[in-house]
Every structure is written in C-alpha cells, then in structure tokens.
Design a protein around this ligand. Structure first.
Ligand code: 5GP
Ligand code: ZN
Length: 114
C-alpha cells in the first residue's frame, strides 16, 4: 500500500521512534501521545481494519498482543496497568487504515471511554 503511512514506516520511507521490532510486527511511539506511554503496535503486512481480518491472521493478531505485553514491560507500565485499544472504523475513531494496537499507560484511565 504505497499511500499508507504505516506501510511507509515498515518500508523505511518514514522513520518512527521504534521501541520493538520482530519479524512480523513493529512498535513505535505515537506522534500525538494521549498518555505518558503511547505506543502503536502494527503488523508488517497491511491489513486495513479489524473488518478485514481473516482466520489465517489469528496468529498475527496474537503477535500484536504479545508485542504489546513486551512493550508494557519495557516501558515499566506492566505492573500498574495499561490499556490496549484497536479502533475499527471512523465512528470508533480509526484515522489510519492499517490496523494498529494502541498501548497506553503511565496514567489512570477512565471507563467507559468517551
Ligand atoms: P487511530 O485514530 O487510527 O486509532 O490511531 C492512529 C494513531 O496514529 C493516532 O493516535 C495518531 O496520533 C497516530 N499517527 C498518525 N500519524 C502518525 C505518524 O506519522 N507517526 C506516528 N508515530 N504516529 C502517527
Ligand atoms: Zn499499510
């Protein structure tokens, strides 16, 4: 996807502040952080939204969560708690259409979300 900013981060065309990289996923700091720790975990393969996931992607989705767990540990927010969010569609607040798991922590979170 040449017009996808997250694909550009994977290709090296853009250079995010990377905190973790595996063969399948990349994790980098959000440019507009909503918490002291705000990291985005993305698959290296372009998938537009949760609606586009296939059964064969189940392992990859698991890798996103395992990466989130590792990021939380690295950032020192695993014990206090953190939130993982994946928005799907515009009404839910999705603005970049390459799936990404937000990892937010370092402050108290409200529930329900707005
Ligand atoms: P969404 O709104 O789709 O759930 O989340 C997209 C996230 O991507 C937002 O939190 C936004 O701040 C972040 N973002 C958008 N453009 C960039 C960018 O160029 N670099 C980084 N690091 N984050 C971005
Ligand atoms: Zn993409």
């Amino acid at each position: 996807m040449t017009d996808c900013i997250f694909c550009k981060m994977i290709s090296g065309e853009m250079t995010p502040d990377v905190v973790l990289e595996t063969d399948q996923v990349l994790a980098f700091r959000d440019i507009n952080p909503q918490a002291p720790t705000h990291v985005l975990v993305i698959p290296k393969r372009h998938i537009t939204s949760i609606n586009d996931l296939q059964a064969a992607d189940a392992e990859l989705v698991g890798q996103l969560y395992l990466a989130a767990q590792q990021v939380a540990r690295q950032e020192g927010i695993d014990e206090d708690g953190y939130r993982t969010v994946m928005n799907c569609g515009e009404k839910a607040g999705q603005s970049v259409f390459h799936i990404h798991l937000h990892v937010l922590g370092g402050r108290a979170m409200q529930w329900p979300p707005g």
